[in-house]
Design a protein around this ligand. Structure first.
Ligand SMILES: [Mg+2]
Length: 315
């Protein structure tokens, strides 16, 4: 396969229809075909596809159903889908677009028009991919993401090292979030993550503080020039602000509402590049909170290092 070319998958139950489009596109793109919805869904599992041209009317599984399935799967939902439909089916255009397709083309097709449209959609996809790659925001919650956090930690570590100041970090984990997700569903789970993220933002008041999503239901707050006592105050404020949200979590063994556990680490940096150790300290403190029943915070103590270095199976 030509690595320079983007790959387009044509899905059509009629060989001749697929062949017409393939002939139009094969000069500029790598073109592959599937004869049914099932085949299409199989194909995208194993091959990276940049765009799908999807016939609407097909036996067994129609184009709408295929699109619905593609959009429901996180691995394939970002592949742009263009519906291709016969004459007289234009009333279904809205339906197709509502399902998440980027375009709806009605036969007979005009080679130059279809070429131009596909070129536009692929250019847009490229831009989205680039933006995502360089974005520092978490797509769901809108707060900083892990990539930004890593950069910020490095920068703050060096700043604190230079100034001889205490750098603190909080690692915050939503208690029994899996139980919450299983019981209330993923949509509610996502809303919960957004509300917690917002409460965290509100809890760290200084301009230099960084609030980021660490991954899953874990968040991190970096507090430059903040000694341990100050970090404890923020952790308390976070617990209070999250309690005030009153997000019901019926299945939580520790409370009727959503709660968090927080690991706190504070240190005066002494060597360059030691920021990972700060994260590890906060992580060990968090591990301790979890072992002690959650819905609380814990300050990292030096002795924790020796005790729990090898005890890190996290849940
Ligand atoms: Mg058909």
């Amino acid at each position: 396969m030509d690595l320079e070319k983007q790959t387009i998958l044509i899905v059509d139950d009629v060989y001749f229809n697929a062949k017409i489009i393939e002939d139009i596109l094969c000069e500029d793109y790598e073109v592959v075909t599937a004869r049914s919805g099932k085949e299409c869904l199989e194909y995208v599992k194993s091959t990276k596809i940049d765009l799908i041209i999807l016939d609407v009317v097909m036996p067994d599984m129609d184009g709408y159903e295929v699109c619905r399935k593609l959009k429901a799967n996180p691995a394939t939902k970002k592949i742009p889908v263009i519906f291709l439909s016969g004459r007289g089916e234009s009333q279904n255009e809205t339906k197709g677009l509502e399902l998440g397709a980027v375009d709806y083309i009605i036969r007979p097709i005009h080679p130059l028009v279809i070429k131009a449209r596909i070129k536009n959609h692929l250019a847009l996809k490229n831009q989205r991919d680039i933006l995502e790659k360089f974005s520092f925001r978490d797509a769901l919650t809108g707060i900083f993401n892990r990539r930004y956090l890593d950069e910020a930690l490095k920068k703050e570590w060096h700043g604190s090292l230079r100034k001889g100041e205490v750098l603190s970090a909080l690692l915050i984990d939503i208690d029994y979030f899996k139980k919450y997700n299983d019981f209330y569903g993923h949509v509610a789970g996502d809303q919960c993550l957004c509300m917690v993220a917002e409460a965290l933002q509100k809890s760290s008041l200084r301009a230099g503080d960084v609030v980021a999503r660490y991954g899953g239901e874990e968040f991190m707050v970096i507090l430059p020039a903040t000694p341990q006592q100050g970090a404890v105050c923020i952790a308390q404020r976070i617990q209070n602000n999250i309690a005030a949200l009153k997000i019901e979590n019926e299945k939580s063994p520790v409370d009727t509402y959503i709660t968090v556990s927080t690991g706190i680490a504070s240190t005066i940096p002494m060597i360059t590049g030691g920021q990972k150790e700060l994260v590890e300290m906060a992580d060990l403190a968090l591990y301790k909170v979890k072992n002690n029943g959650r819905n609380a915070y814990q300050v990292f103590l030096d002795t924790d290092f020796k005790k729990s270095r090898s005890l890190r199976p996290r849940t």
